[in-house]
Design a protein around this ligand. Structure first.
Ligand code: DX5
Ligand code: ZN
Length: 221
């Protein structure tokens, strides 16, 4: 399964519904929703009320990227707001195992995100419990940053490790993803690409279609 997850953070918030429909109609499978608390990351974005409102606009999978300290506090509220998948940062959870289980028990998919400088080995004990691993390719907190090249090696190493163990969680990459580096990331083993600026700056429909074309090549192989 290869999926484009447009990051709503890159959208024009005065035209949210129109922009969501554009990426939905153009073939994006997930909608990536960046929740920031001003503590785990410097910025503040949006939370449950916005997610609950846009739930009426689309049936896309709501992929909630929690850039929040101790995100376990919000699992039930996020479920209620319409989240399908909650991705928490390893660095933000004292009891990561418990948080993963909380998300799954609430009936959602559980993902774990790693900051660029966090090694993949921190997930060794929970690899068989997670539905998705998010390799951050920028320091989280803002859209429009430059891709950090060593993230590519992390994706490659993670895919190899999962293959050796016979595990199949999704590998998502987020930050500085563009039409130019998408193939490299898929080649390295990623199967869900998050893109904010590369989708919403300019023509969101045309950009989504261009990503979808690339993903289709990989789906076919
Ligand atoms: C960054 C967020 C990203 C962001 C990506 O902290 O997690 O999802 O919106 O934006 P681009 O694709 O512009 O780097
Ligand atoms: Zn994100």
């Amino acid at each position: 399964m290869y999926v484009l997850a447009p990051s709503l953070l890159g959208a024009d918030f005065s035209r949210l519904e129109e922009q969501i429909r554009a990426v939905d109609d153009a073939g994006a499978g997930y909608l990536h929703l960046d929740v920031m608390d001003g503590a785990f990351v410097p910025s503040i974005s949006f939370g449950m009320p916005l997610i609950a409102s846009i739930r009426k606009c689309t049936n896309m999978v709501f992929d909630v990227h929690m850039m929040v300290e101790e995100p376990g506090r919000y699992v039930a509220d996020m479920k209620k707001a319409g989240a399908d998948l909650i991705c928490v940062h390893q660095e933000a959870c004292v009891h990561l195992d418990r948080t993963i289980n909380q998300i799954k028990e609430a009936g959602m998919k559980a993902g774990v995100a790693l900051n660029p400088a966090t090694p993949i080995s921190v997930l060794d004990c929970v690899l068989d419990q997670v539905d998705m691993i998010l390799i951050m390719s920028v320091n989280p907190g803002f859209g429009g940053q430059k891709f950090i090249p060593y993230a590519l090696d992390k994706v490659r190493n993670l895919r190899q490790k999962l293959d050796e163990k016979g595990l199949h969680p999704d590998i998502q990459v987020d930050g500085g993803v563009t039409l130019d580096n998408a193939r490299q990331l898929l080649e390295a083993g990623a199967n869900i690409l998050v893109a904010g600026s590369a989708v919403f700056k300019g023509d969101a429909t045309a950009n989504t279609r261009a990503f979808a074309e690339i993903l289709k090549d990989y789906e076919a192989n």
